[in-house]
Write a protein that binds this ligand. Structure first.
Ligand SMILES: O=C(O)c1cc(C(=O)O)c2c(n1)C(=O)C(=O)c1cc(C(=O)O)[nH]c1-2
Ligand SMILES: [Ca+2]
Length: 741
C-alpha cells in the first residue's frame, strides 16, 4: 500500500490528541487533493487589452533576457530575472535604497489577487517593471509591476483530478524567463513555453517517461546555455528521478540524466548509472518502485566551471531495506550532483545522506559562494538539506569541506573527515520505532535560503515537525497488503506511523548561519514551523514571510526586527526586489500551503493567494482579510460503530493526506472533515462520486470506492469527531479534585 505520512506527521504540530485515537494504524497513500482554488479556464491565456506601446515594451524587455543579461544584472541587481536572482541563487540583492534606516517607512504599493487558495511557492521574476509569477495548479500570471494590473494569465489546464499524484500540494515554485519566453513546469509533467508578451503557448513537451508512475512537476525550470532544465517529483509514490534539458527555442530534448539506475535487464544509460548500480541491491528490487531520487527543486549553474548542480531526492520507498535489502549507499539519492552543462554528463557527486532511510532529500535550494575557508579562498556550495546538517562542499570537485548540524539531530552524531555521517544505530532499527529528528518534513525544506556576502551569513528558514517512524517489521507486513487506488505503481513510502506521538517538539526558526565558522550568528523563533523563504539585501536587511501571515524585515547583522506587515494568509515563498524607474520595490507572493499547509492552519486570518508589493512611503490600504473560522465539531451523523475500523483504513487511504484527521487537525488549505456541516458528511457520497468539486481538486471515486465504503468512511469521520469531543466537565467535583496526571 502507498502511504503518505505527511498529513499525519503535520498534525503532531498542534495536538497530540491523535494519540488518543484508535485512529490510523498506519498511513496510506491518500493524496487526493480536494481544493477550492477558483476555477480558471483550462489551457488558455486570459489577456487584458494591451496597447502597442506596452506590447513593444514587454517584447523588448523580455527578449533581452539571456546569459549576458543575467550576468550583467548580477552586478546591479536592477531586475530579478531568474528564480534565485542570479545563477548562484544567492538571493542577495545589491540594492540598498531600502535599508535599515528607512525600512520602517515601507508601505504597500499594490496587491494582486492570484485567484488561488492552495500553496503559493514562487518567487516573482521582474524585468523592467514586468512581473511573472506562478500560482497553484501551475497557473502563470504576468503583471504590470508599476500598477499591479494583470497583463495576462495562462492556465496550462492541468486536470484538477490529478492533485493526488503529488505528495505535497498542487504547488509551483516559479517560472523561467529567457529570450521572450516564459517556461513553466505543469503539475502533470508538461514543460510549457509561453510567449512573454501575449501569454500564448509556443510549445509544450511531456517530460514524463512513464505515466504509470506518479510523476509531477512542482519546481521552477532553469535556463542554462539556451536549454531549459527541469526535473520531477514523485518519490513518495514510486518514481525514478531524472533531469531533462530541452532547447528553449524548439522544445527539442537536448539531454537527460537519470538519478538512479533503472531496469537491470536493460543496458545502463551511461557510466554514472553503471557506477551507481553497484551501490544498490544486486537483485534489482529497487526497480519495481522506481528507486526515487527525484530532483524536484534545486538547480544552480556555474558558468566559469560549465557545471550544472542539482540536488536529488529521497529513496522510493523510503526504507532502504525495502528497496535495497543488501544495504548500500544507493547512489545518487540525497546527493549534490554536478553535470556538464552542455551534455548533461555526470561529473561528480557528494552524497549527503548515504542509503537514505528517512525522506532526507537534498533537493533543498543550494547557493554557490566564494568564501575563505581556513584563510584560503574556496569556490563552494552552501547547502542545508532536510537531514539537518549545513554542508560546505568544494564545487570544483565535489570534495567535502565541512558539515555541522544547524538544529538538533538524532540520526547521526556528525560527519567524519571523509564526509561520511556517523549514524546512530537506532535510526535504522528493524523493529523499534524511531522519533527521527529531523522528521520527513526536514530541518529545512524547499523554502529558499539567501546568502549575504556583506554579513557573511546565510539566512535559513529552519523548522522541526516531529514524526515517529515504526520499525520495518510492521512495514513489511503492510507492504504486502493490496493497494486499492492503484493509479500508480502501488508502492509505499516505506514507513508506518506509530500510534505513539513523538516526544520532540515542533518549531519554526529563522537562523542566520555563518558558513565559515559553521556556527549560528543569531536566530528568531516563530510560533510554528513552515515559514517563508528569505531575501537579503545590501541595505543590510533580511525579508521573510511567516506561517502566521506576516512579512517581516530584520537587520541582517543583528537579527533585530525592523518592520512587519500582515499578509492575510501564511507566506511560504520568498520575496524578490528590483528597481522600477530608479525606485526600489519588494514583492512577495503569499498563499498558505505546501505539504504542511494542506492540513494545518497557523494564521488567524484567511485570504486568497496574493502578490504584495512594497515601497518606501507607499500608502495603499491593505486588503480586507477574513477571519479564519473553523466551524463546529461535526455532530449528528448516524453511523454504526462497528464500521469504524474498516472506515479508518479506507479514510487513511483515500482521504487523510489532504483532509487530515477529522477533528484533530484543524484544516489547512483543504477542509478538515471534522469541521464541515452535518449534511455534508451525511450526504458524503454526493461529494465522493462525481461530486461538485472535481474541477477544484477532489477526485471522482467512482469505481474506486463503493457506496458501502462511503458509509464506513462516514462512521470513521463522525466516530473520530465524537472521540475527540471534550467531555462535559463535572462542575461539583472539579474544584477540589486531586491534580490529574
Ligand atoms: O520525493 C519527491 O518526489 C518529493 C516531491 C515534492 C514536490 O514535488 O513538491 C516534495 C517532496 N518530495 C518532499 O519530500 C517534501 O517534503 C515536499 C514539500 C513540498 C512542498 O511544496 O511543500 N514538496 C515536497
Ligand atoms: Ca520526498
Amino acid at each position: 500500500m502507498m502511504r503518505s505520512p505527511y498529513a499525519a506527521s503535520a498534525r503532531r504540530f498542534f495536538s497530540d490528541t491523535a494519540a488518543r485515537l484508535s485512529g490510523p494504524p498506519h498511513l496510506t497513500r491518500a493524496a487526493v487533493a480536494i481544493g477550492f482554488s477558483l476555477a480558471i479556464s483550462g489551457g488558455v491565456a486570459v489577456a487584458q487589452k494591451m496597447d502597442k506601446g506596452s506590447a513593444d515594451h514587454i517584447k523588448a524587455a523580455t527578449s533581452a533576457v539571456d546569459a549576458n543579461f543575467v550576468k550583467a544584472n548580477t552586478s546591479t541587481s536592477k531586475d530579478w530575472p531568474t528564480i534565485g536572482l542570479d545563477y548562484a541563487e544567492t538571493r542577495f540583492s545589491k540594492l540598498n535604497q531600502i535599508n535599515t534606516g528607512n525600512v520602517k517607512n515601507l508601505g504597500l504599493k499594490w496587491t494582486y489577487n492570484l485567484e488561488s487558495v492552495r500553496g503559493i511557492e514562487a518567487t516573482p521574476l521582474v524585468v523592467d517593471g514586468i512581473m511573472y509569477v506562478s500560482a497553484s495548479w501551475s497557473v502563470v500570471h504576468a503583471i504590470d509591476a508599476r500598477t499591479g494590473k494583470r497583463i495576462w494569465s495562462y492556465d496550462p489546464g492541468v486536470n484538477r483530478e490529478i492533485g493526488y499524484k503529488g505528495c505535497c500540494d498542487v504547488v509551483n515554485r516559479g517560472v523561467a524567463l529567457y529570450k521572450g519566453k516564459i517556461f513553466v513546469g505543469a503539475y502533470d509533467g508538461r514543460l510549457v513555453a509561453i510567449d512573454a508578451v501575449t501569454g500564448k503557448k509556443i510549445w509544450e513537451k511531456d517530460t514524463v517517461i512513464d505515466h504509470s508512475h506518479s510523476y509531477t512537476i512542482t519546481g521552477a525550470p532553469r535556463v542554462v546555455k539556451g536549454k531549459v532544465l527541469i526535473g520531477n517529483g514523485g518519490a513518495e509514490y514510486g518514481a525514478r528521478g531524472y533531469l531533462t534539458a530541452y532547447d528553449a527555442e524548439t522544445g527539442e530534448q537536448a539531454w537527460r540524466w537519470f538519478v538512479v539506475p533503472g531496469d537491470p535487464s536493460k543496458p545502463f544509460e551511461d557510466e554514472s548509472m553503471e557506477k551507481a548500480a553497484k551501490t544498490w541491491d544486486p537483485s534489482g528490487k529497487w526497480w519495481v518502485n522506481g528507486g526515487g531520487g527525484t530532483p524536484w527543486d534545486t538547480m544552480t549553474y556555474d558558468p566559469d566551471l560549465n557545471l550544472v548542480y542539482i540536488g536529488t531526492g529521497n529513496g522510493s520507498p523510503w526504507n532502504r531495506n525495502l528497496r535495497s535489502p543488501a544495504g548500500g549507499d544507493n547512489l545518487y539519492l540525497a546527493s549534490l550532483v554536478a553535470l556538464n552543462a552542455d551534455t548533461g554528463k555526470y561529473v561528480w557527486h557528494y552524497q549527503e545522506t548515504p542509503g537514505d532511510n528517512w525522506d532526507y532529500t537534498s533537493t533543498q535550494p543550494m547557493i554557490l559562494a566564494d568564501i575563505k575557508v581556513d584563510g584560503r579562498p574556496r569556490k563552494v556550495i552552501l547547502h542545508a538539506p532536510k537531514n539537518g546538517f549545513f554542508f560546505v562542499i568544494d564545487r570544483t570537485n565535489g570534495k567535502f569541506i565541512s558539515a555541522k548540524n544547524f538544529v538538533d539531530v538524532n540520526w547521526a552524531t556528525g560527519f567524519d573527515a571523509d564526509g561520511r555521517p556517523m549514524e546512530v544505530t537506532a535510526a535504522r532499527s528493524p523493529d523499534q520505532s524511531f522519533d527521527s529528528i529531523p522528521g520527513p518534513f526536514g530541518a529545512h525544506n524547499w523554502h529558499p535560503m539567501s546568502y549575504n556576502p556583506q554579513t557573511g551569513l546565510v539566512y535559513l528558514p529552519a523548522h522541526g515537525v516531529p514524526l515517529n517512524l515504526t520499525g520495518e517489521k510492521t512495514l513489511t507486513q503492510n507492504a504486502a497488503a493490496p493497494f486499492k487506488f492503484g493509479a500508480t505503481t502501488g508502492w509505499n513510502v516505506g514507513f508506518t506511523l506509530n500510534a505513539a506521538p513523538p516526544k520532540n517538539l515542533p518549531f519554526g526558526r529563522l537562523i542566520a548561519w555563518d558558513p565559515v565558522k559553521q556556527k549560528e550568528a543569531w536566530h528568531q523563533e516563530y510560533v510554528a514551523p513552515w515559514n517563508g523563504g528569505t531575501l537579503t539585501t545590501a541595505g543590510n536587511l533580511v525579508f521573510q514571510g511567516t506561517a502566521d501571515a506576516r512579512f517581516i524585515a530584520y537587520n541582517a547583522t543583528t537579527g533585530e526586527k525592523l518592520w512587519e506587515t500582515p499578509t492575510g494568509t501564511g507566506a511560504v515563498a520568498a520575496a524578490s526586489t528590483y528597481l522600477i524607474d530608479g525606485v526600489q520595490y519588494v514583492s512577495i507572493a503569499v498563499g498558505w500551503g505546501g505539504v504542511f499547509g494542506i492540513t494545518q492552519h497557523v494564521a488567524d486570518k484567511e485570504a486568497p493567494g496574493t502578490v504584495y508589493t512594497f515601497a518606501v512611503g507607499a500608502k495603499a490600504p491593505l486588503p480586507e482579510f477574513t477571519k479564519y473560522q473553523l466551524g463546529n465539531l461535526l455532530a449528528g451523523v448516524k453511523y454504526d460503530p462497528k464500521d469504524v475500523p474498516e472506515g479508518t483504513a479506507l479514510y487513511v487511504e483515500a482521504c487523510a493526506t489532504c483532509h487530515g484527521v477529522p477533528g484533530v487537525d484543524k484544516g489547512g488549505n483543504v477542509k478538515n472533515l471534522g469541521y464541515v456541516s452535518t449534511e455534508t458528511i451525511a450526504n458524503l457520497k454526493d461529494m465522493v462520486f462525481k461530486g461538485p468539486f472535481t474541477d477544484k481538486g477532489m477526485p471522482d471515486f467512482t469505481g474506486k470506492l463503493t457506496e458501502a465504503d462511503v458509509v464506513k468512511i462516514q462512521a470513521f469521520i463522525q466516530g473520530t469527531a465524537d472521540a475527540v469531543r471534550p467531555k462535559p466537565a463535572e462542575p461539583d467535583k472539579k474544584a477540589d479534585a486531586a491534580p490529574q496526571k
